[in-house]
Design a protein around this ligand. Structure first.
Ligand code: ZN
Ligand code: ZN
Ligand code: FE
Length: 768
């Protein structure tokens, strides 16, 4: 008996070889009809033998091709119409659709990599080899549906051989939109950084880049989402020269290694390195089985590694035969260069050669960074490979939302229906270039997703560039969200939790609603409201933002608060290491309260402790001192420190003074830094559990959210979570978005959703 079905398949089903799969499946079962991309889902109109049709529907979701992810199959009966043999038909234009899906970029698959190095294959060493399972997606996309004409591949006319594969349902490049070969694909170019003069093309261009790298030179390589700067990662001289030219003194550099087998087998790190998203993985040095130049990540317990994810990377690594530094091609605080002119402007004085190509980049996308420590995996940066894959929301919005994010590590977030699209990493919004990049990225993503925000959420800070960008949407409703409230909501959104929570938001800095600089906060969050239930007692932040790079300033601030103006022996220790004039100036700022706003930042307390313990007085990036403190804190401490909790008035205040005094005494007494660090980490974890347990008794809320950049400290996160669980509380941590400001926009978006859709939080709680 003949039956007919109309089927809508949603999920990640476009640009991943799904239609060819449907075609093969339907044909093998003798079914007729067609398959089509419609908006962001795949539509199938199919008829034939009833049993075959049932098998088809079953296998549709059970056997999809590897990068595809079927989320829903909606099936409807219809009257048979005598379809012709099964075919793939032209995509229908994108309709406004709550199920918009954009595939993130996909690393070169194993099949393509084999062909790349197969001398008999017609794509042997073709730098742009791809198939339906791999290659550029988001970074070349102009609009949905994902068809070649809507991508940066549009200018390249398929040759007859490629066209034949593209049209052959049995071929793995059937309807591969980025299909290319040496005859018809993009071309690799070697260019001079000065004037962009073309030096060579194709394999000769590659050979020139390989020679430059082997001689210790620096090559700017155009990748998927922007330019990298590459050099020999085993050469101290090459790395030192890159640092000198890039004015980057100590910040760790990412290294591309040929094979994950260079990292200890069976480790979580190895699995993440091999994942399709190919992030940079911060791996414990002890797990790395390859010698790298010491100045790649000086004094750093972890090293950032990644595997090749484009054919160009595979060719470079293969031909150079050693690991390569692959760091973002940008000037400090600017977005990475995307085209040759931008690369010339930013990297002209840094690179010896440009290895570029003539395929455009429509969306900038920096590498993602994942940290693996204590077998925990957490995002430091969620970008290429992940963004803008949607995050499901437990709450549905009737109006589209744009959340502009924070000031540092910026991402923005779009929400439509019940999906949130967190953008690629935009970075620090300190420069004019990043301001423009932000606007371009928003324009691109709103365009691709066909979202017109009716409400714009931003940080409470009036001077953030992101807040200014939000004010640019002058005819749109605007919602200001307190920084730490947004951090808590970001984690709440990830967990789809509608119930009230106790939020522990620990970070470097965010503007509080009392005008002080917050960063050690316990917020009770319920619906759209938050109550500041407890916080670290205020200490002066001498010199404001400058304190983040100069931990010694916070050492003075905390010591002055804890022991008074006469610092005694610990003051003498500091005076031995620091120049007298700045020391005197900062002590003046603290004493007079001039240019020293009050702060409750825990991030700055970690800095202070690192400096007092003699680990680091000057940092070349925020969080460096805290990282080093974490690295030496593994030991079980033979002693304890305790915070003082004052519950006599609301909000409760936590005094670090007893901890700081004890640490100062221990330093003077010659206790080693690792014992001090270990005891300090445990003191913070115990303090969190004590306060949370107290608040749980007071409010009846038993869910505790851990959020904010300080929880990138895996040791602290592990100890704190364990202490909370031991206190009988449920812990919610970030897993799909960063706990740092890179996840902030998701929380801002949730607050805007809740404010615009007040009934949504009253629905049945779904929290587990
Ligand atoms: Zn492939
Ligand atoms: Zn071709
Ligand atoms: Fe923050």
């Amino acid at each position: 008996m003949t039956e007919r079905a109309l089927i809508a398949v949603s999920g990640l089903v476009q640009g991943v070889g799904f239609r060819p799969f449907v075609h093969t499946l339907a044909t093998s079962l003798g079914l007729r009809g067609f398959v089509q991309n419609r908006g962001s889902h795949v539509f199938v109109d199919i008829e034939g033998d009833a049993a075959a049709l049932a098998a088809f529907v079953d296998r549709l979701s059970s056997e999809p091709p590897s990068p595809a992810a079927v989320e829903g199959v909606r099936c409807e009966r219809a009257t048979p119409v005598s379809h012709p043999p099964f075919a793939i038909v032209q995509s229908a234009p994108a309709a406004v659709d709550a199920l918009r899906r954009v595939a993130p970029d996909l690393a070169t698959c194993d099949d393509c990599r084999r062909e790349l190095f197969d001398g008999t294959n017609r794509r042997y060493r073709h730098p742009f080899i791809t198939c339906t399972a791999c290659g550029p997606r988001f970074t070349v996309l102009r609009q949905l549906p994902y068809d070649r004409a809507a991508t940066a591949m549009a200018p390249f006319r398929m040759c007859p051989a490629c066209r034949a594969e593209y049209l052959d349902p049995r071929d793995r490049r059937f309807h591969a939109q980025a299909i290319a070969c040496p005859q018809c694909g993009p071309t690799l170019l070697a260019r001079d950084p000065e004037g962009l003069r073309e030096r060579d093309r194709g394999q000769a261009a590659l050979a020139l880049a390989v020679a430059t790298l082997c001689e210790g030179g620096i090559v700017a390589v155009k990748g998927l989402g922007g330019f990298h700067l590459a050099c020999d990662a085993t050469s101290v001289a090459a790395v030192a020269e890159l640092r000198r030219r890039k004015h980057r003194d100590a910040k760790p550099l990412a290294v591309m290694i040929p094979d994950a087998r260079l990292v200890r087998a069976g480790s979580v790190a190895q699995a993440v390195l091999n994942s399709r998203e190919r992030p940079i993985v911060l791996v414990d040095r002890a797990l790395v089985g390859v010698a790298l130049a010491a100045n790649v990540a000086p004094q750093c317990p972890a090293v950032g590694l990644l595997l090749p994810y484009t054919p160009v990377h595979h060719l470079l690594l293969h031909d150079v035969g050693r690991p390569l530094v692959m760091t973002s091609g940008n000037r400090r605080d600017e977005p990475m260069a995307c085209d040759d002119d931008d690369a010339q402007a930013q990297l002209g004085g840094v690179a010896d050669l440009f290895l570029t190509h003539d395929r455009g980049i429509d969306a900038r996308s920096d590498d993602s960074v994942v940290r693996v420590a204590h077998d925990r995996t957490s995002f430091v940066r969620r970008s290429r490979g992940y963004a803008p894959a949607p995050l499901p929301m437990a709450e549905r919005t009737a109006v589209d939302v744009l959340a502009v994010g924070g000031h540092l590590k910026n991402t923005f977030c779009l929400v439509s229906g019940e999906r949130a699209y967190l953008s690629s990493h935009v970075g620090d919004l300190g420069s004019a270039a990043s301001y423009l990049a932000w606007r371009d990225s928003v324009r691109h993503l709103t365009n691709v997703l066909d979202i017109t925000p009716a409400v714009v959420a931003h940080d409470l800070h009036p001077d953030y560039v992101s807040t200014e960008l939000a004010r640019g949407y002058d005819s749109t409703t605007r919602v200001a969200v307190q920084h730490h409230h947004a951090h808590v909501l970001s984690c709440v959104a990830e967990h789809g939790c509608r119930e009230p929570v106790i939020g522990v938001a620990f970070d470097g800095a965010g503007l509080g609603d009392d005008g002080a600089i917050w960063g050690g906060e316990f917020l009770v969050v319920e619906g759209t409201a938050y109550r500041r239930a407890a916080h670290l007692a205020y200490v002066p932040l001498p010199g404001g933002d400058a304190a983040a790079r100069e931990p010694w300033r916070m050492a003075l601030a905390h010591l002055s608060t804890a022991v008074g103006p006469d610092l005694g022996p610990i003051g003498e220790r500091l005076a031995e290491r620091l120049a007298p004039t700045p020391l005197r100036v900062v002590r003046e700022l603290i004493a007079r309260g001039f240019r020293a706003p009050p702060t409750s930042s825990i991030g700055r307390l970690f800095d202070a402790v690192a400096s007092i313990a003699g680990l680091r007085d000057h940092a070349s990036f925020e969080g460096q001192a805290a990282m080093e403190l974490e690295a030496c804190g593994e030991a079980t401490p033979p002693h304890r420190y305790r915070f003082d909790l004052d519950t006599s008035h609301a909000p409760w205040t936590l005094h670090a003074a007893p901890v700081v005094r004890a640490i100062a005494r221990d330093v003077v007494a010659g206790r080693p830094a690792n014992e001090i660090s270990a005891a300090f980490h445990r003191a913070v974890a115990t303090m969190v559990a004590d306060v949370a347990a107290g608040l749980a008794r007071e409010t009846g809320i038993r869910r505790v959210v851990l959020t904010g950049g300080v929880f990138q400290n895996a040791l602290l996160a592990r100890l704190t979570a364990a202490a909370l669980v031991a206190a009988g509380l449920t812990v919610l941590e970030h897993s799909r978005v960063p706990c740092n400001d890179g996840g902030l926009s998701l929380g801002q978006a949730l607050q805007a959703m809740r404010m615009m859709n007040p009934r949504m939080v009253e629905e049945r709680p779904v929290c587990v």
